[in-house]
Ligand binder design. Structure first.
Ligand SMILES: Cc1ncc(COP(=O)(O)O)c(C=O)c1O
Length: 387
């Protein structure tokens, strides 16, 4: 038995995934397979580090030790062949807050920001909440997700795009953008003076034979007009610690980001963020390697299930992330009908595809990071509703 087969009761733990659905949908016994966290315990090394801190009993103001920076630098070097120096790393609360600060640092109100369609919903929210113009470029999603560079170029020209937020690897499509794809899109951004914010929070959940390339390793010149956001939180199931790293090699871009942080007194991070991130990077490698094997098997189980039981649902295996994008267009339901069928008949909560952008219509996103028994239960419920 794998450690990830252990059933963890997350009800009444203040979990967004488990503890909000009854109130939202006014129904009991819904199975949550939505919000992107995992129903697994964090690595032992992280649990131990938290316990040690709790046991000493004092929770006053704390420093960020050099050992955290070392852990980040080593992880990036060893896992992603990416060289980053301490002075090029800024720390912040979550990745989404870092997205918002990027929009504030690099654009002015009403200026245009480009994102893909579909993509993780907060990309659109941070643009619109900050009164910038949201422009979406449609990904080709018929088969493997690919970028439409021709359309992107037209939008760069027509809309005078200042900033492009890239999701690398891509949520919800599960694509690991290849070095060549990154080079092509980066070249285009460089040509039109577009700053790139590369959200790389899913960088560690990548399945062989795919390999992850950070945007800044795709070409030596890309560091001059890009910043990278990442965190240990998605990788090690620590979303509650709200901690992220921002890698900025270009001094002007770094100063601009740091200045917005300072203005908002956000240049300080939560102690649990420091402890959890360092412990995960120092002691979580074996846990992560086991996790990737387990998740890959969950992906295979799900893929085979849809092929055999519900072949009208179009699916493909993600190259990265523990999320799968399900195409229900063959059922000819409206987005509302599709969501209602999931809630009222399947009794499973997934993320409606339409929340990821217009191209997400008639799709659902399922989260596969749960024990296999839970996964099979969820798939069975879906089969009963859709057969
Ligand atoms: C692409 C992407 N960015 C950011 C986040 C969340 O980041 P945080 O919780 O650190 O704000 C997620 C969570 O699913 C995500 O998929």
């Amino acid at each position: 038995m794998s450690r990830f087969d252990q059933m963890v009761d997350r009800k009444k733990t203040q979990s967004v995934k488990w503890d909000t659905i009854e109130a939202n949908y006014k129904q009991k016994d819904l199975l949550p397979m939505w919000v992107a966290d995992m129903d697994f315990k964090a690595p032992e090394a992280v649990q131990k580090a938290f316990k040690n801190y709790l046991e000493q009993g004092v929770f006053g103001y704390s420093i960020v030790p050099d050992s955290l920076y070392e852990a980040i630098i080593n992880w990036q070097k060893n896992r992603h062949n990416f060289t980053i120096k301490k002075e090029e790393i800024l720390l912040n609360s979550g990745v989404v807050p870092s997205l918002a600060l990027s929009v504030q640092a690099y654009t002015k109100p009403k200026e245009a920001v480009l994102i893909h369609d579909p993509v993780y919903p907060p990309f659109a929210q941070v643009v619109e909440e900050n009164d910038r113009k949201l422009v979406r470029s449609k990904l080709n999603t018929d088969d493997k997700f690919t970028m439409n560079l021709e359309e992107m170029e037209k939008l760069f020209q027509k809309e005078n795009i200042r900033l492009f937020i890239l999701c690398n690897p891509h949520n919800p499509g599960g694509r690991v953008w290849s070095k060549e794809e990154l080079q092509a899109v980066g070249k285009l951004c460089k040509k039109y003076n577009v700053i790139v914010v590369s959200d790389e929070i899913h960088q560690d959940i990548v399945y062989q034979p795919e390999t992850f390339t950070t945007f800044q390793n795709a070409d030596p010149s890309f560091k001059d007009f890009s910043i990278v956001l990442t965190a240990a939180t998605k990788t090690f199931n620590l979303a509650g610690i709200k901690n992220s790293m921002v890698f900025i090699k270009n001094e002007k871009l770094r100063q601009a980001f740091a200045s917005i942080q300072k203005k908002n007194c956000q240049d300080d991070i939560n102690t649990f963020g420091v402890i959890g991130t360092q412990a995960a990077y120092e002691g979580g490698k074996d846990w992560l390697d086991d996790l990737l094997v387990y998740l890959k098997e969950n992906i295979n189980t799900t893929y085979n299930f849809f092929q055999n039981e519900l072949p009208n649902v179009k699916v493909s295996k993600p190259e990265a992330t523990y999320l799968m994008w399900l195409d229900f267009s063959a059922y000819h339901l409206t987005d509302k009908q599709l969501e209602e069928k999931f809630i009222n008949e399947a009794k499973v909560v997934l993320n409606p595809g339409i929340s990821y952008g217009p191209k997400g219509s008639q799709h659902m996103r399922i989260n596969l990071a749960c024990p296999r028994a839970t996964l099979k239960e969820g798939l069975q419920r879906i089969a009963t509703a859709f057969k």
